[in-house]
Design a binder for this molecule. Structure first.
Ligand code: AMP
Length: 473
């Protein structure tokens, strides 16, 4: 299938061609026609599947088709994202794919001055990408007019809920025009997401291409089991011995990120830390340095690293395992993107074995264990891979951890996209993960379902009665 069969016009096809995109990814092939037919969408797709273009392309098409009234542009499309860096990234996609259209777009998020944003909004924009907090600041200051919004997109909605944005989202929904097209993208479908979807969407078409517990096919995973105090030494050994040029390292805490960064620098490995306590300027610089290759290691906490899209990022290291198993999938998804191979290494000490088992159950896979002389543990490690039962490993525990994290965190980071000659291509180098082994990588065989009466594939409407029947926002 090619993009030209999906109903996109020449200026968009030209921009896609210049980006080197030849064929739509599964989520794009499914989402673009549905969105163009003006239906609400509930899409299950993780980062790395091409979901951003999946909603941006039809959005640009619809906005450019409809004649705009004379005079200044009005905000007709609002895209909400959980983090600043994702907002910047989505905003960049809008610019890239829409460069041959006469639509105006901008991005607003916190941590940077509000006045330049006010000035840009005053001049008029058609497409606004925003994080909820700063958007509400503008609403409070009456520096934004959302009365003409026709399209609302919630990107990474599960992340937004994880980060405690539900009340902000409700406030935004309350001031939007009632008649609009809504698109909700989420990697996971918790009960909270279903409730939000049920209240927000009108007879949505359900699109699903990637199961939430699937890890990318191009990622080789390995684990070292060792004593906690040996971890930083092993990390610096791996970086130096392997001559790694670009590695994203995850720690659980901001303090831990700073300390690890200092240690690496003391070993003459260039490193920066990125987390919620850093100023926006410091985060942007850290990402730029990492992207340009002037810094080899970026040490990040989970929230700061969400949505980071670094082309050809070759290595991800879990210096500490996340205590929510799903975060492991998100973390390692930073590498092996868009058809490239990557390595994801986890350094695991005795007290984290429980997390490791939880992760292996979630991904239904035993992660290969590597041993290295001098970096082992006296702990006896027994792999425990059991089929996952139910929706989550331990929903109540994970929910509790999320709630605690929400009260601790808030910040995020800035956009990044980088090339690094270090990344190796797989043998079938021209193929994207979605082209290789659909079953293994994306579970693409489930196709498209509809909750409403619009579906061509299902004869019976499948309104999910489990969703709560609350009021429509
Ligand atoms: P996303 O899931 O939206 O974060 O996209 C993941 C990566 O895939 C990004 O680096 C995109 O530039 C890339 N990408 C998106 N759509 C396509 C496509 N149709 N062909 C090739 N690469 C793509």
């Amino acid at each position: 299938m090619s993009f030209s069969t999906l109903g996109l016009s020449a200026p968009i096809l030209k921009a896609l061609h210049e980006e080197g995109y030849e064929n739509p990814t599964p989520i794009q092939a499914k989402a673009i026609p549905v969105i163009l037919s003006r239906k609400d969408v509930l899409a299950g797709a993780q980062t790395g599947t091409g979901k951003t273009a999946g909603f941006t392309l039809p959005l640009l098409e619809l906005l450019s088709q409809k004649k705009v009234s004379e005079g200044k542009s009005a905000i007709r499309a609002l895209i909400l994202t959980p983090t600043r860096e994702l907002a910047a990234q989505v905003g960049q996609s809008v610019e890239t794919y829409g460069k041959y259209l006469s639509l105006k777009s901008t991005v607003i998020f916190g941590g940077v001055g509000i006045n330049p944003q006010i000035a840009t909004l005053k001049k008029g924009v058609d497409i606004l990408t925003a994080t909820p907090g700063r958007l509400l600041d503008h609403v409070g200051q009456k520096t934004i007019d959302l009365s003409r919004v026709e399209f609302l997109i919630l990107d990474e909605a599960d992340r937004m809920l994880d980060m405690g944005f539900i009340n902000d989202i409700r406030k935004v929904l309350a001031i939007l025009p009632k008649s609009r097209q809504n698109l909700l993208f989420s990697a996971t479908f918790s009960d909270e997401i279903k409730e939000l979807a049920d209240n927000l969407l009108n007879s949505p078409v359900l699109l699903e291409v990637a199961r939430r517990n699937e890890t990318g096919g191009g990622i080789s995973q390995a684990v070292y089991i060792l004593d906690k105090e040996k971890k930083r030494e092993l990390l610096s050994h791996l970086i130096q011995d392997g001559n790694w040029k670009q590695v994203l390292v995850f720690t659980r805490t901001k303090h831990g990120a700073n300390k690890l960064c200092e240690y690496l620098i003391s070993k003459e490995i260039t490193a920066s830390a990125i987390h919620g306590n850093k100023s926006q300027g410091a985060r942007t610089k850290a990402l730029e340095d990492f992207k340009s290759g002037s810094v080899r290691v970026l040490v990040a906490t989970d929230i700061a690293a969400r949505g980071i899209d670094i082309d050809l990022l070759p290595h991800v290291v879990n210096f500490e395992l996340p205590n929510i198993s799903e975060d492991y999938v998100h973390r390692i998804g930073r590498t092996g993107r868009a058809g490239n191979v990557g390595s994801a290494i986890s350094l695991v000490c005795g007290e984290e074995l429980e997390y490791l088992n939880g992760i292996q159950r979630l991904i239904k896979q035993e992660i290969k264990q590597i041993t290295l002389d001098g970096f082992t543990s006296k702990q006896v490690y027994v792999a425990e891979v059991k089929p996952q039962r139910g929706r989550q490993n331990n929903p109540s525990r994970d929910q509790k951890i999320r709630a605690e994290r929400n009260s601790r965190n808030g910040g995020s980071s800035s956009s990044v996209s980088s090339k690094d000659g270090q990344a190796r291509k797989p043998d079938n180098r021209d193929k994207k993960p979605w082209e290789k082994d659909k079953k293994a990588t994306h579970g693409d065989d489930r196709g498209q379902k509809s909750y409403g009466s619009h579906s061509k594939t299902d004869s019976k409407p499948q309104r999910n009665t489990k969703f709560s029947q609350g009021k429509k926002y």
